[in-house]
Design a protein around this ligand. Sequence first.
Ligand code: C2O
Ligand code: CU
Ligand code: CU
Length: 462
Amino acid sequence: MPKQRRPRRLSRRDFVRLSATSAAALALGQHPLGTAFAAKPGPPTRYPLFIPPTVSHLGLNLNPAPAVADLGGGRLSNVWAYNGTFPGPTILSQSGDSVVIDLQNGLMDETTIHWHGMMVPHLADGHPLQAVSPGGGYSYQFEIQQRACLNWYHPHPHMLTGEQVALGAAGVFIVRDAQEASLGLPSGAYEVPLIIRDAKLNSSGNIVYVAQGGGYLGSVGLVNGTRDAKLDVDTAIYRFRVLNGANARIFGLALGNGAPFTLIGNDGGLLPAAVQVAQVDIAPSERVDLLVDLRQAQVGNRIMLRDLRAGWNLLELVVTQQVAPSGTLPTTLFPITPLTAGPTTRNFSFDGMSRINGQVFDMNRVDFQVPFGQVERWRFTTNGNAPHPVHVHGASFQVQSRVGGRGALFPWETGWKDTVLLEDGETVEVLIRFDHHLGLYLLHCHKLEHEDMGMMANFEVV
Ligand code: C2O
Ligand code: CU
Ligand code: CU
């Protein structure tokens, strides 16, 4: 494991002290962030990528609370974090496991935990109706009845999700199974979760949240909470488990040396076959499973993971060690049975910034009912203010078509998805079947500011 900064819990007194320090630095004419904002030639200093600690779900307590985190170079920022780490601990479990995770709310506002991508009973889904008051607790209990994949957890309280996620409350949840294990994919230090997001920092270097209808867009890219990140790598194949953890920003990921990624999975686990892609566009809450082949690299090579949309250098891979070549890039993975459409089609129009089919979210209103176990066609259309990354709780879906806008489906949209991006002018059709649990679930825009403003609907699986 690389050496890690250890964010710690922050007391109210620490907050006061931190602000006093920042104020003193300003009074002395020093920027509290040192040289961070000073114009200087050449590439910025790069900081070791933070890898969140891995924990088992067994006996796990999650405690969202104010904390401080080092975003790089020893500069401390105030954040809100699960168990004092930003991002939160990586939860590791196996398909078939019974999970009990207890939330202790250390924030000053109500919160819930939603297990994004996990098929859980509605009382464990983190619905805003199950909000937990400051100081309160909640026990989330579910069985993992799904294939290997990378999911994530984050707050989902009514109208407060954007703020809590932006300030740092989020982590990944990895599910493993025997099928995936049989592939011998890169593991240990060669399997790295990358939570990519952006943030706004104030003059003291603290993450700040300002809700904007167009979506919270920060000026700094963070990978696992580290700005200008770098990772020392071997001449090996790496498996990057990527989550777009941003509130609103879409990333266009590519390698600076022009080499392709080998895309092997997305939201719902492995794709039927590996695909070489030069660029991956990933919207908020989408995941991609990317292999990067560094077997031919030389010690001293530096390869940048870039965001081509903002022109950001997110993560520099610094080849520091030659190892005996091992492993191969997989080609065929595991087949996925295509869903066949049943008689029902539903239309959902994502209107403006706050409505679905003309209605603002009301957590006490059930907007529609879906019969358990039947395949339905859901058609998502944008009616202004796109992009809208559309997300469904309680089931995965298979994307069928996209008309208007980009007018095509992309390799990372095959297989099983729980979020699909609607750009301007687009209509996207998916096939979906709820075959896990009955009860109340959510459909919403995962641009968190749209979600908080009401672009969300309750539905009931019956
Ligand atoms: Cu990741 Cu309802 O959200
Ligand atoms: Cu979700
Ligand atoms: Cu939206």
